[in-house]
Write a protein that binds this ligand. Structure first.
Ligand SMILES: [Zn+2]
Ligand SMILES: [Zn+2]
Length: 252
């Protein structure tokens, strides 16, 4: 089945056939009728990022400011050590029930959860894609063997969903993994940076050169992967890189 078929199936498949009888997060029994593996209470606990975020890396800031004034602030880290990407924005805050949702979607191949994640992340991501007119969407690639075992890149489906809505082009395969790495999970910030060094390469250089790129990933933790991808794309001639991720899991 092609990607389009998969996304259509994931969005249309009768929910009751796929959804479990109890909530994955709190084990409550009232999941019936919810388009998720979660109960209504857990779904409501999944939070959008606040509006007072670092204008660069998207991390929630500790202070409030007059958002309507148009004034923006960057966090100390971004001022001291600016990332190779222009800005990063996120759909949802990771943690609690969000963890179960992403895990089910990513590792258990429950494609029906794609719809739930897309709907929840919609307010922030649709807006970011809209303001990124003219950007070329490139999903962070899976390694070949992960792609082989899973058969598809889940975040590609969601990248495609938001790209189509905003009228942006999406290019799969423009960025590839040339080295297999251990999963970033459980590694320190430094180890994560080391682990992804030299892992990516660009193919289809012609479309990357001079392009403004919106890199798409499922989760942003320390940003090591996003930084390495951005550096690789810029080295290949990309004009600028932005980052969108479904979940922000960064340290506060
Ligand atoms: Zn629950
Ligand atoms: Zn920042």
């Amino acid at each position: 089945m092609n990607i389009r078929g998969l996304i259509a199936e994931s969005f249309l498949y009768p929910a009751r056939l796929l959804f479990p009888a109890s909530c994955r997060s709190c084990a409550a029994k009232d999941v019936e009728g919810h388009a998720a593996p979660l109960c209504g209470k857990c779904l409501a606990d999944i939070r959008l990022p606040p509006r007072n975020i670092c204008a660069t890396c998207g991390k929630p800031l500790e202070f409030d400011y007059e958002i309507e004034s148009g004034e923006t602030y960057s966090c100390g880290e971004c001022i001291e050590n600016p990332p190779p990407f222009e800005k990063a924005r996120f759909g949802l805050i990771y943690g609690g029930p969000a963890r179960e949702l992403l895990h089910e979607f990513k590792f258990r191949q429950r494609m029906a959860w794609a719809r739930t994640i897309a709907d929840l992340a919609e307010p922030r991501l649709a807006e970011f894609f809209e303001e990124s007119k003219g950007y070329l969407v490139i999903p962070v690639p899976l390694s070949m063997w992960r792609l082989f075992f899973r058969g598809y890149n889940q975040s590609y489906l969601l990248a495609q969903h938001f790209a189509v809505k905003a009228g942006l082009e999406i290019a799969d395969g423009a960025l590839i993994r040339v080295k297999h790495t251990r999963p970033q999970y459980g590694l320190s910030r430094e180890e994560r940076g080391e682990n992804v060094k030299g892992v990516f390469a660009t193919r289809r250089r012609g479309i990357v050169e001079g392009a403004k790129i919106l890199l798409f990933d499922d989760i942003f933790t320390t940003g090591a992967t996003a930084r390495e991808c951005a550096r690789t794309l810029i080295k290949s001639g990309a004009q600028s890189v932005r980052v969108a991720a479904l979940f922000w899991a960064g340290p506060a």
